[in-house]
Ligand binder design. Structure first.
Ligand SMILES: Nc1ncnc2c1ncn2[C@@H]1O[C@H](COP(=O)(O)OP(=O)(O)O)[C@@H](O)[C@H]1O
Ligand SMILES: N[C@@H](CCC(=O)OP(=O)(O)O)C(=O)O
Length: 368
């Protein structure tokens, strides 16, 4: 682990560190994280902070109840967010900036690029971006849902060298250490496979979302973009000294040797498909890599409503997911040519209109 190689780092801070007792924000655990950020910046490293905790920080402002419905949770997030930002801001003598995002923003390529450019602009001007999900406006369809995955999407969009997820445990154990006394810490993970996913359980604290499951998902997203990923214990001040010494205090997920390109990574891990195109089972799966055309006679079915420019999933009739791609056709137009009995007309139509999918807008998914 060579810190001198880090140019940009994303640090994700979990709710338990912001509002440990759900009685408003506390700077108790944030002080050592803030010092870490200051030291990194002094060493020329750009830092992006992804901070959870708005709900936990805001809950004390509302009457206590056993039934916290979605509207109340959103109200807590809205009220807690200002308290959380104020708490962070007090800890720094450089400016901070609030960015609130939803998955709806990240999966739209234009908005994604805009978020990326704004982040770079803030960083290049010495401002610390502090990012959270915009809980007040999210719906099930629009939300990322947890800040672990959000931090990995942010790390990929910011071309970070490292993602440090600060949690309430030392790292990934072979089972949940809060429910198993014999759980063993894994200092290093080189491949994130089903065995690793099986170890990650949900959250057991009152304030956490997602537990270790979403942290492993985040690690997979980040490492596939070449980002060194760490899960560390944010309760311990020693964690950050150890990191500054270039040592790993928790679990280190090694990055892929051959990371995905930024746009392919976005399509694979951030964009969600608006519809799907089912193709023949004997469809040649190397087509995308070879840059060959998908022809309308190979289409079995077009599902969903999508427009030109939307992300679609290409899958085989047997269910195999082949690729995600940007569609150059709307679902209506694609159904129209796929349903044509007159092949000559369909071919001519496609020749005139252009390829259904362009080579540069395809992310081939892992073969299953
Ligand atoms: N295999 C595991 N290793 C470590 N922690 C685990 C594991 N499985 C489940 N967990 C739970 O994940 C929790 C951390 O996630 P979470 O509560 O969402 O925290 P945060 O607020 O930091 O995101 C731990 O406190 C623990 O209860
Ligand atoms: N956006 C939410 C945080 C959701 C979340 O993922 O929380 P955590 O598991 O503590 O990182 C909030 O600010 O309360």
């Amino acid at each position: 682990m060579d810190l001198s190689q880090w140019k940009r780092v994303v640090i994700k801070v979990g709710s338990a560190l912001i509002a440990p007792n759900r009685k408003g924000c506390s700077s108790h655990y944030l002080l050592s994280i803030a010092q870490f950020i200051v030291r990194l910046r002094a060493n020329g490293v750009q830092v992006v902070l992804v901070s959870s905790g708005s709900v936990a920080a805001g809950s004390h402002l509302f009457p206590e109840t056993d039934k916290v419905d979605i509207a109340l949770k959103k109200a807590m997030a809205a009220a807690g967010q200002t308290e959380m930002m104020a708490t962070w801001d007090r800890l720094f003598d450089f400016p901070t900036a609030q960015i609130l995002l939803t998955h709806g923003d990240l999966r739209d390529r234009e908005r994604y690029v805009s978020i990326r450019e704004t982040t770079f602009s803030l960083l290049n001007n010495g401002v610390l971006p502090i990012i959270n999900e915009n809980d007040t406006v999210t719906t099930d369809d629009l939300k990322v849902g947890d800040n672990d995955n959000l931090s990995a999407m942010v790390a990929a969009s910011a071309d970070a060298d490292a993602l440090i997820i600060c949690s309430d445990v030392d790292g990934l154990y072979d089972k949940n250490p809060n429910t198993h006394d014999d759980a063993v810490l894994l200092p290093e993970v080189t491949t994130i496979d089903s065995r690793i996913f099986a170890m990650g359980g949900g959250a057991t604290s009152a304030v956490g979302t997602g537990g270790m499951k979403t942290k492993i998902e985040a690690a997979e997203k980040a490492t596939s973009h070449g980002i060194d990923t760490f899960i560390v214990n944010g309760f311990k001040a020693t964690t950050f000294n150890t990191l500054l010494e270039g040592k790993n205090p928790g679990t280190h997920f090694r990055p892929y040797a051959k990371p995905m390109q930024e746009d392919v990574h976005w399509m694979t891990h951030t964009a969600s498909e608006q519809g799907e195109v089912v193709v023949d089972n004997d469809f040649d799966t190397t087509f995308a890599a070879e840059g060959e055309q998908l022809t309308s006679d190979e289409i079995v079915e077009v599902n969903g409503n999508f427009s030109v420019g939307d992300t679609i999933l290409l899958r085989k009739d047997d269910g195999t997911r082949i690729a995600k791609a940007r569609s150059n056709y709307s679902s209506c137009l694609l159904s129209f040519i796929a349903d044509q009995d007159d092949r000559e007309f369909a071919d001519e139509f496609q020749n005139k209109t252009g390829p259904i999918i362009s080579k540069k807008n395809i992310a081939v998914l892992e073969k299953q």
